[in-house]
Every structure is written in C-alpha cells, then in structure tokens.
Ligand binder design. Structure first.
Ligand code: CO
Length: 207
C-alpha cells in the first residue's frame, strides 16, 4: 500500500521533533505566512523545498502551468484569503523551464480537457510569436514562453480586485515573478516586482 509514505512521514515528524521540539505542536495556534506562492503542479518543482521554507511560512496554490485565470474560483479564492485574511506581504508567481503545460500549448491541440486549460497560453504565444520564433532552438522558444507566461500571470494577479483593493487601502503587498531552473535547482528573478497601482501601467505595455 502506501507503506513507504508512512515510514517517511514518521521519520520526517520525528526528525523535526528532535531538532526543533515544539515546532509542529506550535503550528496549531494558526498560520501567519508572509508568502503566497502560485506554482506549477509539476512534481519536480517542490516549492517549499526549493525556497527553503518551513511549514507555516508559505501559502500555496498550484495548477498546470501556474495560471491565474479570472474565471478560476479556486485560484481567486486563494488570492482573496491570502491577501484579505492572512495579509501575506508577497505574492510570488513561480514558473519553471521544461514546463509540460507550456510545451503542450505550443504543440497542436489534441490533449482533450487540458487544451481548454492552456488556451490562454496559446493566446500568449500568438501575441509574442515573432519574438519567440526569432530563436532557432526549440528549448529557447519554450523557455521564453515560460517567462512570458510568468509575466502574464503576475499581471493577472495585479489585475484582481482583491490585490488592487489592498493597495488602495495602503496594505503592503508586492507581486513577484520568478522562474525555476530544474537543471541547476536555482530560482531566477524576472524583475517583475509590482507594489502599487502605478507600476501596473508599465506592465501593461509588456503583456
Ligand atoms: Co509546469
């Protein structure tokens, strides 16, 4: 059955209890994470682990290709809860190279349900086709679309009512765009930090 998972879980809990006594039991008091991270569901991108954050430090939403769609009530509810209730200080959209969702969106449709989910990335590809196709290698084209996609989702986060209301009320909140390189294990900052309404205008010209 799931023997391996239970064995590893017991090891994990006892290691934490030995090294940081009281840490786990302290978590029942509540959560006060500074970060909401929106990432891809890809099993090779364990967000907590790559960012070195412990339980309680990161609120997370993951879906295929780290999309923030205005029609996705799951993602929108998470942003609302994170901003309005948890008062996170940072929202990080974290994409990654080698993203299957990005590759599928550049491919011919034929993946059934997921084609609908990836439709906005196809649109993004069409918008930036000239810049993307200027590269000769497939990998470079995919990587660039991975980066454009992070930018587009940062923009979508900034366009939500909840984030804009937070800024209007003076709440400190910064939206960031990062990309994770599976090969090196390193995060790259795409320098798309947005901390107020004025900065969105500049973003609008990019995406
Ligand atoms: Co992915």
């Amino acid at each position: 059955m799931l023997t391996e998972i239970f064995i590893k879980n017991e090891e994990w809990a006892s290691n934490i209890n030995r090294m940081h006594p009281g840490f786990l039991s302290g978590l029942i008091k509540g959560q006060h994470p500074d970060y909401l991270v929106i990432g891809c569901s890809d099993s090779r991108v364990p967000l907590n682990e790559i960012m070195g954050l412990r339980p309680g430090e990161m609120f997370v939403h993951r879906n295929i290709a780290n999309l923030v769609l205005h029609s996705d009530m799951n993602c929108q509810s998470i942003i609302e809860y994170a901003v309005a209730s948890l008062k996170v200080k940072h929202i990080i959209v974290c994409g990654h190279y080698e993203c299957g969702g990005i590759k599928a969106a550049m491919d011919f449709p034929g993946h059934c349900l997921i084609d609908n989910w990836l439709a906005s990335i196809r649109d993004l590809y069409q918008c930036h086709k000239a810049e993307i196709e200027a590269f000769s290698h497939e990998k470079e084209k995919e990587n660039l679309l991975c980066e454009f996609n992070v930018g587009a989702q940062v923009f979508n986060v900034c366009q939500t009512k909840i984030v804009q209301s937070a800024w209007k009320s003076g709440q400190k909140l910064t939206v960031h765009g990062l990309i994770y390189d599976l090969e090196s294990g390193l995060l790259k900052d795409l320098n798309l930090c947005i901390s107020n309404l004025d900065e969105i205008c500049h973003m609008h010209k990019l995406f």
